[in-house]
Unconditional design. Structure first.
Lengths: 252, 414
């Protein structure tokens, strides 16, 4: 009943080293700017605010001196077996393109929010109001990403437009656009992370750094036992952090 | 002839109705509620769903709960139609018209709410134009819209039987011919309705990353598919009886015999018993298989007062075992037990739809997130009340002018 993992020759993936993340939020800010996320009118209401990339604070719930915290940046997990895709009644979201990025087609979306309900990672955001850029702020709009009308669902696309640009650049340089160099295509959050906690590339391409990173003994994915087969990996050398990546019974 | 006299000629043959003034006051009160809801609806359309209490955590809330509940309670229409026209339980002819009107109200009301609930209502037709055949919601869109058409086809001959309209030979013949083909529509209705009741359950059961709602199943259908069908056909007939009883209280007239109501409750109770058996099996499998597989325990599915276990026990004991006893034993002969059983059966279905809609989303799947609260705001309540007021208005008009109850004249002879 839970579907099958979709395989593609290119599998774009992100590896996030939680131990390197300082929780500065540069990834969130750069994502919002890059992707024309509207200025938030209810930013204090975290259940209404839109943040395709969201940094969670994790704690081991222990008292000093054993207290420890960690920060977990959460983009769309681009599941290999996405819970959101099969439920969409109008195929406004799909996983059907090489690269394995879960698409979101804004002009197709009817705003039923079934995908929002199906996603356990809370990566999907609904347009509650008409997007408005106050006068002057419209100059921050990027021409590379479409703005969304109200009433549709939006989410992280791994800065898909950057992939298109990288392929164009490769063609101009006489290179193979289907075999990009490591770093030729990175998302804006990865590019702007000051501590180098985020890495991005083709998980299946041995020339890409992430190909090795995902094999780390400290690597894990969120909610693996649900069978979502995400394309975002996390690394932490701290066991309590890794344990927070999934639910476990006391006996496990 | 005065308006009051003319209006009296519109009543069904041989019945009494309250004065026009009283009726207009009643409609006026309902109209105010409906207008308030209509205002809320316009606000939602004008400013977007930001005016509601919904958020990115609770994409589904009161509206979806309301839709699922009224669609389940409206299931009396298709199921009674099936029993009356296909299985030919003749006695149900005395209540079938009421179930048709109830079904029409429930489904058209649900459609109204759905058109509000989607962020882009103008794109609703995409469900037909770009259908995702793997989505349970696509099936829901297909079946609900088609079934509403069936209900309209079933409702039209009732309207045509209105005393004055029926005097027009063409409309009289049309009504007659429509009655002749009604078993066909009852069959289509039963098919469509079974599927979308199921798909509504399937919608939750397929959410494999939401352990609260996810269920294994048979072929492409999760168990919730079958459970939703069963709970709908159990509560639907009970709801019809409750409406009938309520109408008798309000009008002070006997509309059907106790025997007919008792038969409907017996049918509902029987279905409820079957549902209870499967619901218990399903719950057992959920606790012992689905949840441990996801690394979760039964206790983790509940939190605080709002999401507490009391709701679970209300649904599975108070609203299943108790109504089964009330409806399937000789206790049913006493109105108190029959109506209590029917109310509990309906309440159980509403709780079921609520927990699958709201609690399933509130339960934090990521270990580092926490339970969140959802409270519907005025816009959601007002629009939901609008649909209820709309239902009352349709039912009041139908009762006043259409020959819904074949037994009414005989039962009220002085």
């Amino acid at each position: 009943m839970s579907g099958q993992k979709k395989e593609f020759p290119i599998t774009w993936g992100m590896v996030i080293d939680i131990d390197k993340c300082t929780g500065c939020g540069a990834c969130m800010a750069s994502c919002q700017t890059e992707n024309n996320v509207e200025p938030q009118r209810e930013a204090s209401n975290k259940l209404r605010a839109t943040s395709w990339m969201l940094v969670y604070e994790l704690t081991n719930d222990k008292a000093f001196p054993n207290h420890d915290i960690a920060y977990l940046p959460r983009p769309c997990q681009q599941c290999g077996n996405p819970p959101c895709v099969s439920v969409c009644p109008v195929i406004a979201t799909d996983k059907n393109e090489n690269g394995g990025i879960v698409s979101q087609v804004y002009p197709r979306c009817i705003g039923c929010r079934y995908c929002v309900a199906a996603c356990p990672y809370h990566v999907r955001y609904f347009g509650w109001y008409d997007p408005i850029w106050p006068e002057g702020m419209d100059k921050t709009l990027s021409p590379m990403t479409s703005v969304r009308p109200r009433g549709v669902v939006e989410k992280c696309t791994f800065c898909h437009h950057r992939w298109t640009q990288a392929k164009d650049a490769a063609r101009v340089a006489g290179k193979d656009p289907e075999n990009l160099d490591d770093g030729a295509y990175v998302t804006s959050c990865v590019q702007n992370c000051p501590s180098g906690a985020l890495a991005f590339g083709d998980i299946k391409n041995p020339k890409h750094k992430v190909h090795e990173l995902v094999k780390s003994p400290y690597a894990f994915r969120l909610l693996e036992r649900l069978g979502t087969e995400t394309q975002v990996y996390y690394i932490s050398r701290r066991e309590w952090v890794r344990k927070l990546g999934d639910n476990y019974l006391k006996s496990e | 002839m005065s308006i009051i006299e003319i209006e009296k000629t519109w009543y069904p043959e041989g019945v009494e109705r309250c004065s026009l003034g009283k009726f207009m006051k009643w409609l006026g009160v309902l109209g105010v509620v409906a207008l308030y809801g209509f205002f809320a609806m316009l606000v939602c359309f004008a400013y977007g769903l930001g005016v509601t209490g919904l958020d990115n955590y609770f994409g589904f809330g009161l509206w979806i709960t309301f839709d699922l509940a009224v669609i389940a309670l409206g299931a009396g229409a298709f199921f009674t139609g099936l029993l009356r026209y296909i299985i030919r339980i003749d006695e149900l002819k005395n209540i079938i018209n009421l179930t048709v009107i109830k079904g029409f109200i429930c489904y058209s009301g649900a459609m109204l709410i759905l058109s509000l609930d989607v962020g882009q209502p103008i794109r609703s037709w995409f469900g037909y134009w770009h259908p995702n055949v793997h989505s349970m919601l696509t099936e829901v869109i297909f079946c609900i819209t088609c079934y509403l058409m069936v209900l309209i086809i079933e409702y039209v001959p009732l309207v045509l039987e209105q005393k004055q309209i029926n005097k027009i030979p063409f409309l009289h013949n049309l009504a007659h011919q429509m009655h002749v083909v009604m078993p066909l529509f009852a069959g289509i209705g039963a098919f469509l309705s079974t599927f979308h009741q199921g798909s509504l359950g399937g919608m939750y059961g397929v959410m494999f990353a939401r352990p609260y709602a996810f269920r294994d199943g048979f072929f492409i259908w999760p168990w919730t598919f079958f459970l939703f069908v069963l709970s709908a056909i159990a509560s639907g007939p009970c709801m019809t009886v409750l409406i009938c009883g309520f109408m008798e209280k309000v009008t002070g007239r006997k509309l059907t015999t106790y025997r007919v109501k008792s038969l409907m409750c017996k049918i509902g109770g029987t279905m409820l018993l079957i549902y209870t058996v499967f619901k218990y099996l399903d719950t057992w499998a959920w606790i012992n298989d689905i949840l441990p597989r996801a690394g979760l325990t039964f206790d983790q599915m509940f939190y605080g007062l709002i999401y507490g276990k009391w709701l679970f026990f209300c649904e599975l004991v108070l609203c299943l075992i108790v109504p089964v006893i009330c409806l399937l034993t000789p206790l049913r002969k006493k109105p108190f037990f029959m109506y209590t059983g029917a109310i509990l059966a309906c309440a159980g279905v509403v709780i079921n739809r609520y927990v699958f809609t709201v609690q399933a989303l509130a339960q934090p799947v990521l270990p580092f997130t926490k339970w969140e609260m959802y409270a519907p705001n005025w816009a959601e309540w007002a629009t939901s009340l609008m649909v209820i007021a709309y239902g009352f208005i349709i039912m009041s008009l139908s009762y006043r002018y259409l020959p819904i109850f074949p037994q009414e004249v005989g039962l009220n002879k002085k």
